[in-house]
Ligand binder design. Structure first.
Ligand code: SF4
Ligand code: SF4
Length: 191
């Protein structure tokens, strides 16, 4: 059976392009959507996935145990962790291990939050900070010092001993109030 010739496309009418001009003209009189960034920062949603933070226990010891689960969970291969053993003379976290090297590559991170889900100690969370641009690649690889939460009242910078009588479990359950006063005094005297 012979094929039917393809149907011809209808030719645009003379007035049809005017529709496009009407859209352009209408937009000219609309209020602009421009945001005055960076002078005025738009607040993010409360659970926005921004820059990561490595959290501390109330006495300042680090929550990260260097287990690498976050790195394994990351679909973008953006996290690099190297764990090391704590010793009684040099303790950074309450358990056996701590994260000696911790890096997040923000050139790769897609902000999915899977690393947060994977962390067994809630060491890793995300902040609302979204200004993660730079003019060179090296500065977008954040090191542990860039990611660690600041020391707050009652915290001492590790390495230091665990709270007297506390063990790994008490830290995990949030039963440690802060650095013991004698430890704080010893730190103060050493400065
Ligand atoms: S937010 Fe997602 S992409 Fe970014 S480091 Fe975590 S798991 Fe990787
Ligand atoms: S941040 Fe959490 S998951 Fe990642 S190495 Fe530390 S403890 Fe493990």
């Amino acid at each position: 059976m012979p094929k039917e010739p393809p149907a011809e496309k209808p030719k645009p009418g003379l007035l049809e392009p005017l529709g496009g001009f009407l859209v352009t003209g209408g937009t000219m009189f609309k209020k602009p959507n421009t945001e005055m960034y960076p002078e005025v920062k738009t607040p993010t949603a409360p659970r926005y996935h921004g820059r990561h933070q490595l959290n501390r226990h109330p006495d300042g010891l680090e929550k990260c145990i260097g287990c690498e689960l976050c790195a394994w969970a990351c679909p973008a291969d953006a996290i690099y962790v190297e764990g090391a053993d704590n010793t009684e003379d040099e303790r950074f976290s309450p358990g056996e291990r701590y994260g000696r090297v911790y890096q997040i590559n923000y050139l790769r991170c897609i902000g999915c939050g899977l690393c947060i889900e994977a962390c067994p100690t809630r060491a890793l969370t995300m902040t609302n900070e979204y200004e993660l641009a730079d003019d060179n690649r090296a500065d977008l690889i954040f090191e542990k010092d860039d990611l660690l939460a600041p020391l707050r009242n009652g915290m001492l910078a590790p390495p230091h001993a665990m709270y007297p009588g506390a063990d790994e479990g008490s830290y995990y359950r949030g039963e440690v109030p802060g650095a013991p006063s004698e430890l704080a005094e010893a730190e103060g005297a050493a400065k």
